[in-house]
Design a protein around this ligand. Structure first.
Ligand code: NAP
Length: 336
């Protein structure tokens, strides 16, 4: 199924199916759900969302699984008390949980129920972008896609995306539903998406929502060798945050910081710009505190040069001899 070509500028992109273009930095709200991030404060989270919107963010990414409904509920509260123009909401389907154990489940009836639950938690009549969170290898891809196509015809969702799918899986999906976006890990340290799905996204005039653009805070520059993580924070087990890789990544961060300084930019802005200058991408900036969204616009209105990209490659080649992708996050298949 062919979809309309995306229009892309330095700062904005049109996602097929949405009535207007979006800023290429969107707010990621996984940490706002608390789960796997050592908790979050709801009042600060709501203010973060309001401040992000005041700063020009008009797309918010959430998911039912983020805090087992909590992130969507907080986003819903923030929307209800928002006096500015409401942002588009992107959420997900296709992950279920049982006693806190998450598994993939994209059976059509689960997709339909998931959308109804998300609409209720978010307090909206329509979801701008519904994305299948992870491929469920026990459900035919076409069945999941066909259910989403029906939900779109019914007006419950405007646009359809997938996340963590391969290019081959996306090809199958497209036979049954128009595919506007793919959401995949992409940052200076995690680059498999550049080869795996970005070419497909470009060929098919889609948009790529890049998750983890700050590499779970590593690319913020604030994480040091003495940083500690509490509660259920995923960085307690994230392989990048363990010896010997942690020290290697921190050395790379020091050099990336120097490169950013030489350009008069922050490391955050450099990391986000690296994602944005790769093509039709949107960086999902993960934030849960208002002070984290004050500097979003520093990543807009400029570009990295080919020489900057070469310098970044060189920093990685010298410091991270054994790079690793975020595959530790992949949830298991369902049992039945
Ligand atoms: P991220 O955006 O790469 O990084 C978030 C980290 O950056 C947090 O540690 C945060 O600090 C830090 N940070 C944010 N703004 C900052 C600022 N201005 N100054 C200093 N530090 C700052 O990570 P992410 O949350 O993993 O990914 C972003 C979004 O992508 C998620 O929220 C979610 O929407 C989406 N996602 C999707 C999938 C998927 O499977 N589809 C997987 C992962 C993520 P604190 O720790 O202090 O808050």
């Amino acid at each position: 199924m062919i979809i309309m070509a995306q229009s892309l500028t330095n700062n904005e992109i049109q996602i097929s199916g949405l009535p207007s273009s979006v800023l290429r930095i969107a707010l990621g709200t996984w940490a706002i759900g608390g789960w796997m991030w050592g908790g979050s404060d709801d009042n600060l989270a709501i203010k973060t969302i309001h401040d992000a919107v005041a700063n020009g963010i008009n797309l918010i990414d959430t998911a039912p699984v983020y805090g087992f409904g909590h992130s969507e509920e907080v986003v819903g509260k923030a929307l209800a008390s928002l006096t500015d123009k409401k942002p588009f909401i992107a959420t997900k389907v296709g992950l279920s949980w049982d006693n806190g154990k998450v598994y993939r489940d994209s059976r059509p009836e689960i997709i339909r129920q998931g959308i109804e639950d998300s609409l209720r938690r978010l307090g909206v009549d329509t979801i701008a972008l519904a994305q299948v969170h992870w491929p469920d290898n026990k459900t035919p891809i076409e069945d999941t896609a066909a259910e989403l196509a029906k939900l779109r015809q019914e007006g419950k969702i405007l646009s359809i995306g997938v996340s963590n799918y391969s290019a081959d899986q996306m090809k199958v999906f497209q036979q049954a539903a128009p595919l506007a976006t793919s959401q995949d890990p992409l940052n200076i340290f995690e680059r498999a998406t550049e080869k795996n799905t970005l070419p497909f996204v470009k060929e098919n005039d889609m948009a790529l929502l890049a998750y983890g653009p700050l590499c779970r805070g590593l690319l913020s520059g604030k994480i040091t060798a003495s940083s500690t993580f509490t509660g259920d924070d995923l960085r307690k087990t994230d392989p990048k945050f363990q010896a010997p890789r942690f020290e290697q990544y921190l050395k790379a961060v020091t050099e990336l910081q120097a490169l950013a300084d030489s350009k008069g930019k922050s490391l955050l802005a450099l990391a986000i710009r690296w994602v944005l200058d790769l093509g039709p991408t949107i960086a999902l900036w993960g934030a849960r505190k208002p002070e984290q969204v004050t500097n979003i616009r520093d990543a807009l209105d400029w570009s990295l040069s080919a020489d900057d990209y070469r310098k970044i490659d060189d920093i990685l080649a010298r410091n991270t001899p054994d790079p690793i992708e975020p595959t530790f996050m992949a949830p298991p298949e369902r049992q039945a």
